[in-house]
Structures are given as structure tokens and as C-alpha cells.
Design a protein around this ligand. Sequence first.
Ligand SMILES: [Zn+2]
Length: 269
Amino acid sequence: MARAFFSLFLVLSIACGDDSPSDTPTADLGPGRDGGGTDGSVEPTNRSTPEAYIRGAHPSLIVEVDVVEGVAPRDGVGELMVGALEPLLDKAEGVSIRVDETIPAARALDEWTFADVQALALETFDEIGPSDAAVFHTLWLTGRYVESEGTILGIAWGNRYLAIFADTIDGACSGALPLSREQVCREAEAAVWTHEAGHVIGLVNNPLPMATPHEDAEHPGHTSNPDGVMYWSYEGPSFIDGLIAGGSGPSFAFGPESIADVAAFRDGT
Ligand SMILES: [Zn+2]
């Protein structure tokens, strides 16, 4: 599976109309990006690879979070993401979220290209924590992503980095009624973060081998199971609409096919 698939996933394109580009193709950034493979090509001591995240050699996983001044995950969002991710992983000492540094607002942009986001990620990812802990990176950003058409709530790349566009999520969930708005926004943040974390650990076919074929051919990197959090339509307006409607929004659960992929890799089967 030496697949050159260190792609930029265009996640949760929130539509303004029915002709939205919510199915924007994955932008293949081509080979050569960093990020762990599963073909033995990575250093066994590397703390930031799918193998490190999933298998037990590193007994814990740290999600290092760097936030732009003024934004942060809402209360409870991290717990929801960890609650979805942790059961898949062989981490005797669990998964933890650590907010590392606050990025000055002056360093943030109103409009981000991929190069901008990647530069900030490289600048701020410190691989915190003990050397035996696996670690991946989350940027929590203001501004909006302008690399592609559509409204992008989050991106992941390199099996190491993800970025959440907090202002954009706020814009998408702001249509909820006041009494439920905070809950809708919280669930939207959690779903985006969980989805992106799934890409970071290697889902779908990125590059974790699939236990059974379930990659959506039209949306590479995503599952064909509409009930799983790795489904592409989490990129679309129905996701937020469902949350706003109440009760019909997503769970944060990975589908059984994605869970099986991780389990097979975790257990070496
Ligand atoms: Zn995605």
C-alpha cells in the first residue's frame, strides 16, 4: 500500500444552493508529502504515523492542539472526538487532548490557502509529550479556507495534520434556533474533528488497507457507508441541516467497515 495518497481532503463543503460543489474532488497533492505509510517505510520510532496512532507500541496518543487567539473547541467537543476515536486504538494509557499554544491573531489569516495552513502547521506542531506517546496535530483556525470552491470546515493531510475552520463552522451552524445552537455547533465541531482525525489515522484506504472494500470511488478517502462518520456527505449541507433539524444529525461513530479496517491493522490480521 505504498500509495501516494497524502491528499488534502476537502471536508464538509457546506452548500449555499443545490448546485453546490459539495462533491469537490479530492485534491491530490501528489507524492512526497510527509506522513506515515503502512508499508514499513516509516521509522519505527516515529510518533506521528498511523502505526503509532493505532498499534500498542506507543501506549498513549496525544492530540496536540494549537489554537488561534479567540477560538477553541467548544466544551465537550474534545471528549466527543476522543470517545469516537479511542475505542479503535490500542492505547493502554488512552487518548488525550492537549492545547499547546495560542497563535496570535495577527499571525492568522482571513483567507487560507493550503500552503498557508501547512506553513502554520509546520511552524506550530511541536510533537509535545513523552517520546513514547504517539502524537498528531490539530490547528483550530479563524478565517476561511479558499483553496477550493465550496465552504470547507476542515482539512487533513499527511497522516499527521488537520485543521478546523472554527469561524466557518460557526457560520454553518448559526442557523439553528438559539436554544439548540450551541449544541448544534458543538456536534458539528465534533463531527468535523472526528472525520478529520479518521483521515489522519489512515481512513479510508489512506493508506490503511480496507478489510472489505468500502471506499466510495467518487469520493476517494471516504466510506460508502452513509451511516459512518467517514461518509463524504458529511461535507454537504444535509449534515448541518440534520443537526439543525434535531435528532437526525450524525452520530460521531465510525462505521463498522472503518472500524474493521483499523482493527485489522491494529491487530496485525
Ligand atoms: Zn473527508
